[in-house]
Design a binder for this molecule. Structure first.
Ligand SMILES: Cc1cc2nc3c(=O)[nH]c(=O)nc-3n(C[C@H](O)[C@H](O)[C@H](O)COP(=O)(O)O)c2cc1C
Length: 228
């Protein structure tokens, strides 16, 4: 298992990793507390996570995609949540975007460990309109706008110097203060949820798991409790 000597040098032998465990608190999540539909419940938890000083980047979520059969995960930032779904922005030529083209079914996981909480969204991702992407792009800081032009996200890069050279090139083309157009290869995805699960850690590993699933016919949300 791993590099034994290196792990021991760091005080991280197998027993030390094995011993990492926390007892979870009493604060539960019950059918009577949870909102009647999951987007409102999500917004309540997102706000609480934002106000928790221990949680950094409360809007960071782990996006998992499946390209044909291979799953991959990475973190992206949630930039909007409405009754329609969850929006994030990225490079449309990236590995994740290629996976979404092949298979739009994705998972979003919000790891709010400091609050003993996790939210998992399953849904279908679709591109948002060019206009909506351009509107959001215009609100980004100039250096991030130039970064979007400079990066062929997920492609092989020979050296960091090459990336910095690209950034320099676009910073001259679109100097600070000028209107930087949205690159054609950059934009948002909306994930329309089909299920949203709220997990709250409890004592003795008797955690609360409440999952909303959208009925394909009526579009109503149905709530179920799951074994932890
Ligand atoms: C906290 C955090 C936030 C991130 N936010 C984004 C994001 O909003 N959009 C994005 O494309 N990549 C974001 N990244 C980088 C991705 O995790 C990933 O490295 C990149 O998108 C390439 O992924 P891919 O090659 O699987 O497409 C973020 C990384 C971290 C650690």
């Amino acid at each position: 298992m791993g590099d034994k000597n290196l792990n021991e040098g760091l005080g991280l032998d197998r027993a030390a990793i094995n011993a990492m465990r926390r007892s979870y608190g009493e604060a539960g999540l019950s059918e009577s507390d949870i909102a009647s539909e999951p987007i409102t419940q999500f917004q309540i938890w997102l706000k609480a996570a934002t106000e928790n000083s221990v949680i950094v980047e409360a809007n960071a979520m782990v996006l998992s995609t499946v390209s044909v059969a291979v799953p991959t995960s990475r973190t992206v930032l949630l930039k909007d949540v409405t009754q329609e779904g969850f929006t994030f922005f990225t490079n449309y030529n990236s590995r994740k975007s290629n996976a979404i083209e092949e298979n739009p079914n994705v998972s979003l996981l919000f790891p709010w460990f400091a609050m003993e909480r996790q939210v998992i969204v399953l849904g279908k991702a679709e591109r948002i309109s060019e206009i909506d992407s351009a509107t959001y792009f215009a609100t980004r800081p100039w250096s991030s706008q130039i970064g979007a032009w400079a990066s062929s996200q997920s492609q092989k890069l020979e050296s960091r110097a090459e990336l910095e050279k690209n950034w320099e090139k676009y910073s001259l083309l679109y100097p600070e203060g000028s209107n930087v157009p949205k690159p054609p290869h950059w934009g948002g995805f909306l994930v329309r949820p089909v299920s949203i699960e709220f997990w709250q850690g409890r004592y003795s590993r008797l955690h609360d798991r409440l999952r909303f699933t959208r009925d394909a016919g009526t579009q109503n949300w149905e709530l179920q409790r799951l074994y932890p």
